[in-house]
Write a protein that binds this ligand. Sequence first.
Ligand SMILES: C[S@@+](CC[C@H](N)C(=O)[O-])C[C@H]1O[C@@H](n2cnc3c(N)ncnc32)[C@H](O)[C@@H]1O
Length: 265
Amino acid sequence: MFDLYNNAYGNYASEPYRQVRMETYGQDFGQTSWVTTEESQEIPQLLGLHPDSSVLEIGCGSGGYALHLAETIGCQIVGLDINEPGIRSAQELARTRGLASRARFEQCDVSKNLPFDDLTFDAAFSNDVLCHVPGRLDLLAEIFRVLKPAGRTLFSDALVIGGMISAEEIGTRSSIGFYCYSPPGENERLLDQAGFSHLRAMDTTENAARISKKWHDAREKRKNQLMTAEGSATFEGLQRFLSCVHTLTSERRLLRYLYVATKAS
Ligand SMILES: C[S@@+](CC[C@H](N)C(=O)[O-])C[C@H]1O[C@@H](n2cnc3c(N)ncnc32)[C@H](O)[C@@H]1O
């Protein structure tokens, strides 16, 4: 296993990591995902967010995007992530940016029940996280439970099978942690089974192909500094992971979809 998230979040404030994010995404939200800046800009609209919204982000990492929403929309947001350095960094950023009254972050394993009452949120979203979580139907049912009537959910899944993939490719693609691959149509079926309706699925495979290449190349340019921080085996392992994501998505053997659904009122 190669440790992407502890390295990314533990080194969040370090200059080469900031430069890699800027070069990869164009805007720095502390991302470790395949979300382009265009997609980041569309999410508030897809979720129907407004200043009175109460929002849940599942797998918020170091919190940059949640803080951006709290700042630009003015909504209340809670971010959950299993990663301790990520949550510590998110809490620190909320304090230093004066957003702690609107944005709260908690370390939480979302494969367990969500720590909220029924009908708490107007919207719940998750960028490239559900593939890491065992028990997707249970998690979708939990999201349904904590949403208010007419609440919306949005999540992306970059591990929808699109074609032939070798065991070696599956190994490299899975080399940073637990992963669950799904056949086309499975997320729609699970959303439906969890109670959601008005489903939309958008093919965003091209975004993953583009981001993985930019991320790989931005890291390669700073190889010496990143090797010092991560160690050479981890640096090379993460580079192979990013190359593999690029190959599989640009050849459409792995697909990424963005799903939006509603809890009917
Ligand atoms: C691909 S990253 C995406 C992070 C962020 N959403 C972004 O767009 O940059 C996946 C995130 O899921 C988190 N994660 C993985 N398993 C989790 C779990 N069981 N509970 C909560 N978070 C989890 C990881 O720590 C990581 O921050």
